[in-house]
Ligand binder design. Structure first.
Ligand code: ATP
Ligand code: MG
Length: 808
């Protein structure tokens, strides 16, 4: 064995040392979280290179994420005296791309082939369905796209698929037509990268032999999450034992943890581990049992939890770090109180000297991040969301906001373009171009130019503007919550995502938007009479909630008319402003020290000093979808959830917090939660239950909310009216937002307002120009008018302030 470079191996324990310095033969490192698997893999690469057993071109390493690949390259460059950037280290997709770039001709691709992301893929599928004149209702694009991707993931081309019945035959025909189209256009989707390179290796012995001779070492991290095609692909590069005339396969160094297999729902197969062990006649299965990441109480919790899974390859973790601090369990009254507590705890950790980037908040579902983001955002705490977009930047939320904006202002061309054909209503890119030309020529908005277009395109576009008009009329006078609910339904967004294979998450986010609106502020009344019933004291545009004993209704100053123009924001407009602000560039700048927010799935492989796992409630974590997948082997779904929880726990180095909340707004309703069964599986001795300080907990808000909640309908049922049901002051007159003002009242207002305005009247405003009065409400100093200012949109104006000149 070559001499060991000084330093490189100094800090390894005997098992790690053995793994790093294994002879060149297939090996499986099977070890729990934080035991140094990734470190061993990286060190082995450095060792192989530094001892001259292999050149940088002679090995390939596969990681799970680009982030991990980057980190590995970075670590290697600190260990080695030369440039490692050109090495074959990357994700499966990244390496496939590289491979196909080198062999484009043989792969039958143009030299500059383009890669389709999932959005591009879907629109490509749609075009095919359209060109084949098929019914999108029967052949739902998203489902077809899923079908094509999973066929490819199984290594299947159209000719390999069954075509027994009509539907199946047509699906296969679409798949074929889609392939033809991609080929014509010189593009490949993600699954194609994998399948195409696999086939190229399979069908070209000379290429196969080249690579099999070249890569004598292949190292794979997170092996438990590889799918079937990825395993077959690896076998192509490594060579299958016995099938190689007189040659040995590459030394495949597979590293994994069966307890961290969390992608079964996407086709990952833990079975690849046992197949690998058998097919490659692995003589070396190395187990690493010492954990270097976490303190004892954290590790005990992880071990005790995962012991409840039945099908395990069996291993345990120990640490020499001592018990450390107990795992803190926090029970809150609401998701808001939970977020407030997170914030305060994070601030304390930060004050105590912990970098924000060393603190992570993990959640099971993306939709959970919204309330947390809101708390951090409002407190000015920098944060970064990984493996998912921030709430207001998610595509489905942007679509929904676009509909809401059009309701406020149909001339908002950006929103118009975003949703004119989303969900698909047969308006093609060509029609939209024609419309844009017409709008440019006349200097009007897209909405206003629809009438200029004839033919089928004109009819379809007119259908869309009619939808916008209907939506505006139907939502006039409704509460914010009702407006959003109406919009979600009428726009077709909810229905659209319902037909999507992976739409559930998006539906949850859309329903969360209803909560966001509710939490933003509940407003009743108008102008200076407007009262805010704040449900989130940190939300902008609100005043403190009425404390017990104080007047119940408080003026909402931010909703006062603009001193100059007299404009009053409607609750919807105020909410949209808030949404735009939150979606802005307030996310932590690159390099800024920021709290890390991510789903448990995207936390795989990472570690932090302090970790908060939130929402430990039955139905959320474990997720309700997992609870009914009971198969012959036991409850597979639940076991995967438990592995997920194991991954979450083992991310923490020093401090671990687990929280659950008695109530949570999810799917548009308040849910009364039972705490997660996982609590019963944690060792009591390692835990410390912390509960809110008596009454005065946190920022007063939690307490108020709790009281409101107690005054409301109480546990055991749903509170349909939302979280503020206990708050409602009893205004003497029906609030104007809650119910449309009867026509008779409007008439009298029109007479008494002293401005001589009437409905349908043309008016001139110094800032907004000419407009038409749509609605008149209120009397005297409170009189207000809703005016359509064309390009400037529809606005509410306080007539006492706004200078409106009647024009005829
Ligand atoms: P996971 O399963 O979560 O991916 P892992 O097994 O890949 O975990 P690593 O991330 O490689 O574990 O290591 C966990 C932590 O322990 C890292 O901070 C690593 O630097 C440290 N570590 C590993 N081995 C040692 C060692 N021998 N001495 C000191 N620290 C170590
Ligand atoms: Mg790792």
């Amino acid at each position: 064995r070559p001499a060991l470079p000084a330093g490189l191996l100094a800090n390894l324990n005997p098992e790690q040392y053995a793994a790093v310095t294994l002879a060149a033969e297939p090996a499986l490192i099977l070890a729990g979280a934080g035991s140094g698997k990734t470190r061993v893999l990286t060190t082995r690469i450095a060792w192989l290179l530094q001892t001259g057993q292999i050149g940088p071109g002679g090995l390939m390493a596969v990681t799970f994420t680009n982030k991990a690949a980057k980190e590995m390259v970075h670590r290697l460059s600190t260990m080695l005296p030369y440039n490692v950037r050109g090495m074959w280290i990357g994700t499966f997709h990244g390496l496939c791309n590289r491979f196909l770039r080198a062999h484009w001709k043989m792969a039958g691709l143009p030299q500059s082939f383009q890669i389709l992301d999932s959005g591009d893929t879907l629109s490509a599928v749609k075009r095919v369905i359209k060109a084949m004149k098929l019914d999108e209702e029967r052949f739902v694009p998203k489902q077809v796209s899923w079908f094509i991707a999973s066929s490819k993931d199984d290594g299947k081309r159209p000719k390999d698929l069954p075509t027994d019945d009509g539907q199946a035959r047509t699906m296969v025909e679409i798949y074929q037509a889609y392939e033809d189209q991609c080929q014509r256009e010189g593009v490949v989707d993600f699954a194609e990268l994998m399948l195409r390179s696999y086939e190229l290796m399979r069908d070209h012995p000379e290429i196969r032999e080249h690579y099999q001779r070249r890569f004598r070492h292949i190292l794979v991290d997170e092996f438990q999450d590889t799918n079937r095609l990825q395993y077959l692909w690896l076998k192509m590069f490594a060579g299958t034992p016995g099938a190689l005339a007189g040659r040995e396969p590459a030394a495949v160094f597979a590293v994994g943890d069966d307890d961290q297999s969390i992608y079964a729902f996407r086709g990952a197969q833990v079975g690849n581990m046992s197949d690998f062990e058998r097919e490659y006649r692995v003589r070396q299965v190395i187990k690493l049992e010492r954990n270097y990441r976490s303190f004892g109480n954290i590790l005990d919790s992880a071990n005790a939890l995962i012991a409840h899974n039945s099908r395990r390859l069996g291993k345990n973790l120990r640490t020499e770090a001592g018990p450390g601090e107990p795992v803190r369990i926090f029970e809150s009254t609401s998701d808001f109180a939970e977020a407030q507590w997170l914030l305060e705890e994070l601030q304390q950790l930060h004050r105590g000297g912990m970098a924000r980037s060393e603190t992570a908040i993990l959640y099971r579902s993306n939709a959970q991040s919204r309330v947390i983001e809101s708390a951090l955002f409002n407190a000015g705490m920098p944060y970064r969301v990984y493996g998912g977009l921030r709430f207001f930047e998610r595509a489905e939320i942007k679509h929904a906001l676009a509909y809401l904006r059009l309701t406020e202002n149909p001339n908002d061309d950006t929103s118009f373009l975003r949703v004119v054909n989303f969900p698909a209503r047969g308006i093609g890119a060509r029609s939209v171009e024609l419309l844009q030309d017409a709008a440019r020529a006349s200097g009007r908005s897209l909405y206003q130019s629809v009438g200029a277009l004839g033919g089928a395109a004109g009819t379809k576009l007119a259908g869309f503007t009619a939808l916008v008009d209907r939506l505006r009329d139907a939502t006039r006078g409704l509460t914010l919550r009702e407006i959003i609910e109406r919009m979600l339904d009428a726009s077709g967004l909810i229905n659209f995502y319902r037909t999507e294979k992976e739409g559930q998450d998006r539906i949850e986010n859309l329903e969360e938007l209803v909560n966001a609106a509710e939490a933003f502020v509940t407003i009743e009344g108008f102008g200076k009479d407007a009262v805010a019933l704040p449900v989130d004291e940190t939300a902008p545009g609100t005043i403190a909630a009425p404390l017990p004993g104080e007047p119940e209704a408080v003026a909402a100053v931010d909703l006062l008319p603009d001193a100059e123009t007299g404009e009053i924001l409607s609750p919807l407009a105020a909410f949209l402003t808030h949404a735009a602000l939150e979606a802005g560039d307030n996310q932590a700048q690159a390099g800024q020290d920021a709290v890390q927010l991510m789903t448990v799935h995207s936390a795989k492989g990472l570690e932090f000093d302090a970790v908060f796992i939130t929402g430990l409630e039955e139905g959320l974590f474990p997720h309700e979808n997992s609870l009914n997948s009971i198969s012959a082997g036991g409850n597979e779904g639940l076991e995967e959830e438990r592995r997920l929880m194991y991954v979450a726990i083992t991310r923490a180095r020093q401090r671990l917090y687990i929280s659950f909340s008695q109530t949570r707004m999810l799917h548009g309703q308040t849910r009364y939660n039972v705490k997660s069964r996982f609590f019963d599986e944690l060792p009591e001795a390692a835990l410390k239950w912390i509960t809110p300080k008596q009454q005065g907990f946190g920022s007063g808000y939690a307490q108020q909310y709790q009281q409101a909640w107690q005054r409301g309908s109480g546990p055991g049922g749903m509170v349909g009216a939302g979280r503020n049901s206990g708050w409602q002051p009893a205004p003497a007159a029906p609030p104007s937002w809650a119910a449309p003002v009867p026509a008779a009242m409007r008439q009298s207002a029109a007479k008494d307002n002293g401005h001589g305005l009437r409905q349908g009247q043309g008016v001139f405003h110094t800032k907004f120009g000419e407009g038409v009065v749509l609605t008149l409400e209120g009397v005297g100093a409170d009189a207000r008018a809703q005016v359509n200012f064309g390009r400037h949109g529809t606005k509410w104006l306080a007539l006492a302030i706004a200078k409106l000149t009647p024009i005829e």
